[in-house]
Design a protein around this ligand. Structure first.
Ligand code: PEP
Length: 253
């Protein structure tokens, strides 16, 4: 199998003003990090210019948390891909469960956004999938997640699928302090890889990066990252503190 470089991203959600983002970056960029772990901070749109400026010349990527599927138009309050591109964004979270839950994001809009981002070679999409508590308790987590993958990836070429980072984020573990066990996370990430394999074949599934997200902290990251089908993490709460996030990135030490 191809070597998959570990990739741990931060997702700030709706946290940090511009000055707070700057204060984070001033501290974070000075902390020694393992160069073998790829990283990016996905931040509110207003924080993006200060982060790209502060992280220029470093290996710290900057991402957005959402994007519209049209390039421009009468879509008040939205941000487009050309806007992100000009701002120097390298990543974009798509279909986060909070957007699916509170902002009417559907597999159809997720699919359109994914296709839009993949039309731009310099931006890597981070597609979020995952079941809620009710679905897990009913034993439906696999059918829910494979259904999301099939619909969200609809019409993507193998090259595009390969470029898409998939974040498995069980909704019951997000921001709850309730982590999936490393075994549960591995089972689902392995299942996602199988689902990708059934659509695109082994060459794509063996190179696609799959992250786990849901209450990842410095104390549990090592065990999670040790699992063979988990190539990284998407970190919410613990990415808001530079020392904590750096400790997660340096999980090998
Ligand atoms: C997230 O926002 O993607 C997330 C996983 O949040 P947390 O780490 O706070 O559970």
């Amino acid at each position: 199998p191809e070597l998959r470089v570990p990739f741990i991203g931060g997702n700030w959600k709706m946290f940090k003003t511009i000055s707070e983002a700057k204060a984070f970056a001033e501290v974070f960029r000075e902390i020694p990090r393992n160069p073998g772990v790829r990283t990016a901070i996905c931040a509110p749109f207003l924080d993006i210019p200060v982060l790209t400026e502060m992280f220029a010349g470093t290996d710290i990527g900057v991402g957005a948390e959402n994007v519209h599927f049209e390039d421009e138009g009468a879509f008040t309050g939205e941000i487009s891909l050309p806007m992100l591109k000009e701002a120097g964004v390298g990543y974009c979270v798509i279909g986060h469960s909070e957007r699916r839950q509170y902002f009417n994001e559907t597999d159809e809009t997720v699919n359109r956004k994914l296709k839009k981002v993949l039309s731009e070679s310099s931006i890597t999409p981070i597609l979020c999938v995952g079941e809620n508590l009710k679905q897990r308790e009913a034993g439906n987590e696999k059918s829910v997640v494979s259904g999301q993958i099939e619909k969200d990836f609809d019409g993507l070429t193998p090259e595009q699928a390969k470029k898409t980072v998939i974040a498995y984020e069980p909704i019951w573990a997000i921001g709850t302090g309730k982590t999936a066990t490393p075994e549960q996370a591995e089972e689902m990430c392995g299942f996602i890889r199988e689902t990708v394999k059934s659509i695109y074949g082994g060459a794509v599934s063996e190179s696609v990066i799959i992250q786990y997200g849901g209450s990842v902290k410095p104390k549990n990251v090592k065990e999670i990252m040790a699992k063979p089908d988990i190539d990284g993490a998407l970190v919410g709460g613990a990415s808001l503190d530079p020392e904590q996030f750096a400790a997660i990135l340096n999980y090998m030490e």
